[in-house]
Design a protein around this ligand. Structure first.
Ligand code: MCN
Ligand code: FES
Ligand code: FES
Length: 912
């Protein structure tokens, strides 16, 4: 141990610390300065940035022995406070810089370091700085962060007043449609928002730390598990195996389709007979400290019989492959699509046909906050599990039988989450926390490191797609044949639903009258498939959007114009045979067309021998809702101080709080109350109704409708015959109920049948993406220089949120196109290894052109937005690469070596 005297945020502090401990851990765990976040713990994300002696450093990679005695350290807490935020913090709020907000303290500290040394940076200087300091953000697409720094710098130079920077409500007091900063923004930018790890380290002193014993192979029979030595290690309270699980020890996949050949009970909480994938949890050590828990975990002896590992769908489908779950075939679900006439004869008659094969891989989610949670028994004796769950009621049902606990004795709470992008649609550590808390009777806390986050949470499931279009001589598609194989990893939960997405979104956007195809779900030993933003559509639409370009090329028509001919018009139906909710695609294309023409001309003029410029287009569509008559429930209550809205609109970071507030404020408009009078109570199964999971971009539509209904009920109850409204006291005096349950169901929706025909979604979101790229033909490296999206998400509830959703999702699409993958368990095991886009991988030019077609089924005309930006931007990038240099990539990601291999050396000789 070493004693150090430090000046932290201007105050003299003494710490006694292990010289090998990181500064981040000492700040957080010993000094309780939890505003500094720990994301990757590997010097790759910048969440832990602090200023030490005038320099921005990553505190996770700074050992205490490197911290000089007397060092001056500034953390986020020293930059501004909720009462007195710094201009950078205010700018972050008004530009929507904090979505999940997990990266915000690190970025803000880093920006302070920049502005301390350069009061007048250019946008490029800001981008260079964040790149150099490895400040990473997965939510915002970076553009709003640069906007924020530029405005903060203006204020600091005295060119803009703080008053001008601050958000002000418009004179009519309307929140809906404006740029009201989300309610959680101030806490996020000042580091006072406690995420799961912050709450975890502040649990009472008897809380136990958990460490997992995880499989290091991908497929094996378990012969024995010996915990004797581990149990004797210092500080160990208990070592748990499957024998300590009271219930079925399985997480139910809630299989949704009766034709599924599995039973849905295939994911163990703690492995008993088999290991199904790398990272599977075999035992848990609960100890007094994390170091003790980890040391003991090393001592658990597991004897395995290693089996052949099937790391992709084709391998698991081979004739000699054994069943991964004995008794269930590896191909365990099939989904057909049959719309209109038989396609065989139509293909024969078609003036032109095109066909190709496509692969979209195992995209990793890469939230900045690794998975984290804790559990305890509450004062009513309920097992209470706090986690990043974005489906608290759904997960309650999924883990309850496995734990062996009465449903009413289990309570799930969502912590503020540092991004999930869908991986938390599946329960991850909830059941492990539950088992540990039940077995020890003590509060327990589990925080994944980033290696665990990457290797042991679900991933986007790869699709292998074969696709064929038959078109008439003008390029109108008359028939489509599809075949898709989904590698869903070892666990079946939602695999059938995902496979159905292939039927719903391959060819979506186009009025294709005749479709035949089959998709299948395959069990493999690679990472289990979980939801990922836009769930199934990036795989599906990659195939149909790239093939659309191939068709355009074959018949010599401009790709945008070919799309214009084919997009939905009145009378057309979706691949599922139902009319879309609105017909806005032609208008969206019209909106984009001038920019497209300009971009093409710019690319033509700007290309050089070494740097080829190109422009690509894609259409993106996704449904809002869970299939069929999706529903949601919330409650609204009049209080002496205003109105409280109770909902389980879980927040990944997308802005559930803002969505609730904007929708409730709009619903309560007749009362003329300010947004400060609306209180939100969110995401606790003990007190908030079942609003359904925050997946499928459903919340603004489905929960938004429930909020609208609840507010209308309250407003009606308060209304007096003369049109004025009763006060709280008058309501009480009149014995009129104060609390109303708002419920809404997408009653007109019908889940898809065996031929994928139905009317699954009440509302859709639509976009037309345009990518502009530079391809270096000597290295094969692609740089996206601009992205534009003409988007229709209906009436916009909050412009800041929607802009942020679009920017962030689009940059994830760039990552999917060019760099992101989780294939190699060793190589793809860090943010950099997985190909996370940093700021310089994202263009500074991202334009969103909105069309606000009012949605008949959305609250106040709104559609969803969360997943639209990741439906198909990657296809636009890939089409732009082809346009730039003639290379057609059909298997993602388009790594430089792949592009280079496709560049024909003779192609540019005329330019040499
Ligand atoms: N919104 C709006 N106006 C509209 C539509 C939506 O202002 N016309 C706002 C909503 O109020 C909400 C946000 O946009 O704050 C997204 O709304 P919606 O599309 O209904 O989606 P959900 O709230 O159900 O959020 C889930 C969606 C999904 S499925 C994933 S995955 C996802 C996403 O949103 N993961 C995210 N966005 C994310 N954003 C961040 N920062 N982090 C994630 O993990
Ligand atoms: Fe320190 Fe990521 S760089 S936590
Ligand atoms: Fe940057 Fe979420 S806001 S990671």
């Amino acid at each position: 141990m070493e004693k150090k005297n430090l000046k932290v945020n201007g105050m003299n502090r003494t710490v006694i610390a292990d010289p090998e401990a990181s500064l981040a851990d000492v700040l957080r765990e010993q000094m309780r300065l939890t505003g500094t976040k720990k994301g990757c713990g590997m010097a790759q994300c910048g969440a832990c940035s602090v200023i030490m002696d005038g320099k921005v450093i990553r505190s996770c990679a700074t050992k205490m022995r490197k911290v000089e005695n007397g060092a001056e350290i500034t953390t986020i807490e020293g930059i501004g406070t909720p009462e007195n935020p710094h201009p950078i913090q205010l700018a972050w709020m008004v530009h929507g810089g904090a979505q999940c907000g997990f990266c915000a303290p690190g970025f803000i500290v880093s920006a302070k370091g920049l502005l301390d040394g350069n009061s007048n940076p250019t946008r490029q200087d800001v981008r260079d700085w964040f790149q150099k300091h490895r400040n990473a953000c997965r939510c915002t697409g970076y553009k709003p962060l640069v906007d924020a720094v530029m405005d903060a710098a203006r204020v600091l130079r005295g060119e803009m007043s703080l008053e001008t920077l601050k958000f002000k409500l418009p004179p009519d007091g309307k929140v809906w449609g404006g740029k009201f900063p989300r309610p959680s923004a101030l806490a996020k930018v000042t580091g006072t928002c406690d995420f799961g790890a912050d709450l975890g380290i502040k649990l009472p002193p008897d809380a136990l730390r958990m460490a997992l014993v995880q499989a290091k192979v991908s497929h094996a029979n378990i012969l024995s598990i010996d915990t004797t030595e581990a149990g004797k290690m210092p500080g160990v309270y208990k070592v748990l195996t499957h024998k300590d699980v009271k219930g079925k020890n399985r997480i139910t996949g809630l299989i949704t389709f009766p034709t599924n050949k599995g039973d849905g009970w295939d994911r163990p909480i703690l492995c008993d007979t088999k290991v199904y994938q790398y990272g599977d949890a075999i035992a848990v050590v609960c100890a007094d400290t994390l170091d003790h828990a980890r040391a003991a975990a090393e001592k658990v002896k597991v004897e395995l019989e290693v089996l052949p590992a099937y790391m992709s769908a084709p391998a698991a489908m081979a004739d000699d492959a054994i069943e991964i779950h004995p008794g269930t075939p590896n191909v365990y679900f099939e989904q057909r699509i049959a719309k209109g006439e038989d396609t065989g004869p139509l293909m024969e008659k078609a003036a032109v046909t095109v066909e190709d094969e496509f692969y979209v891989g195992r995209q990793p989610h890469l939230p900045m906050e690794p998975d984290v949670g804790f559990a305890y028994f509450d004062d009513e004796g309920r097992l209470t599990i706090h986690s990043k769950s974005i489906g608290i009621h759904l997960h309650h049902a999924m883990i309850c039988p496995g734990l062996g606990i009465e449903p009413e004795k289990l309570r799930l709470v969502q912590n503020p989450a540092g991004g999930t992008f869908g991986y938390k649609f599946s329960p991850t550590i909830e059941a492990l926390l539950g088992v540990a808390c039940m077995a020890t009777g003590r509060p327990v806390f589990l925080n994944f490191d980033y290696h665990q986050q990457i290797t042991y949470t679900g991933k986007r499931s790869p699709f292998f797609v074969k696709l064929k279009y038959g078109a008439d001589k003008d390029g109108r598609i008359i028939a489509m044949e599809s075949d898709w194989t989904v590698d869903h990893g070892p666990y079946s939960e939602f695999g059938d639903l995902l496979t159905l997405r292939g039927a719903q979104f391959i060819g979506a956007g186009y009025g294709i009258p005749n479709i035949r195809g089959t998709g299948r779900t395959v069990c493999t030993n690679h990472a289990w498939g979980s939801a990922f933003r836009a769930y199934g559509s990036p795989q599906s639409e990659f195939a149909s959007e790239v093939l659309m370009d191939e068709l355009a090329e074959k018949i010599g028509v401009d790709p945008l114009e070919l799309r214009y001919r084919n997009v939905y018009r009145p009378g057309d139906t979706t691949p599922n045979g139902c009319p879309p909710d609105v017909y806005c695609l032609p208008e969206l294309i019209d909106l984009l067309r001038p920019r497209y023409r300009e971009a093409l001309e710019k690319a033509r003029q700007g290309s050089t021998r070494d740097c080829r410029k190109g422009v690509g287009i894609s259409i993106g569509i996704y449904g809002c809702g869970l299939d069929g008559p999706d529903s949601s429930e919330i409650a609204v209550e009049l209080t002496p101080d205003g109105v409280t809205v109770f909902s389980s609109w879980e927040d990944h970071g997308q802005g559930a709080d803002m969505g609730c507030l904007a929708t409730a404020h709009e619903g309560l408009r007749p009362l003329r109350i300010g947004p400060d009078k609306i209180k939100l109570v969110m995401n606790d199964t003990a007190i908030t109704p079942n609003s359904g999971p925050a997946g499928g971009s459903r919340s603004q539509v489905v929960t938004g409708q429930a909020i609208r209904v609840g507010c209308e009920m309250l407003v009606n109850a308060m209304k007096k015959p003369d049109g004025t409204f009763r006060t709280y006291d008058e309501m009480v005096a009149g014995k009129i109920p104060l609390r109303y349950s708002g419920k809404w169901t997408a009653a007109a929706c019908v889940a898809c049948d065996g031929n994928a025909q139905g009317n699954p979604f009440p509302v859709y979101m639509y976009g037309v993406f345009m990518a502009e790229v530079d391809v270096n033909v000597n290295t094969g490296k692609t740089q996206v220089t601009g992205m534009t999206c003409a988007a229709d998400v209906g009436s916009i509830a909050n412009r800041l949120v929607v802009d942020g959703q679009m920017y962030g999702g689009i940059v994830q699409g760039i990552g999917l196109a060019l760099s992101e993958d989780f294939e190699d368990l060793k190589k793809h095991a860090s943010l950099i290894g997985c190909g996370l886009p940093y700021i310089k991988d994202a263009p500074d030019t991202i334009n969103i052109l909105y069309l606000e077609t009012q949605r008949p089924n959305g609250p106040f005309g709104a559609a969803g937005v969360g997943e639209l930006p990741l439906t198909s931007p990657h296809a636009a990038v890939i089409n732009a690469i082809r346009n730039a240099c003639g290379v057609r990539i059909t298997r993602l990601p388009a790594l430089p070596e792949k592009v280079l291999a496709g560049v024909k050396p003779t192609l540019f000789t005329n330019l040499r």
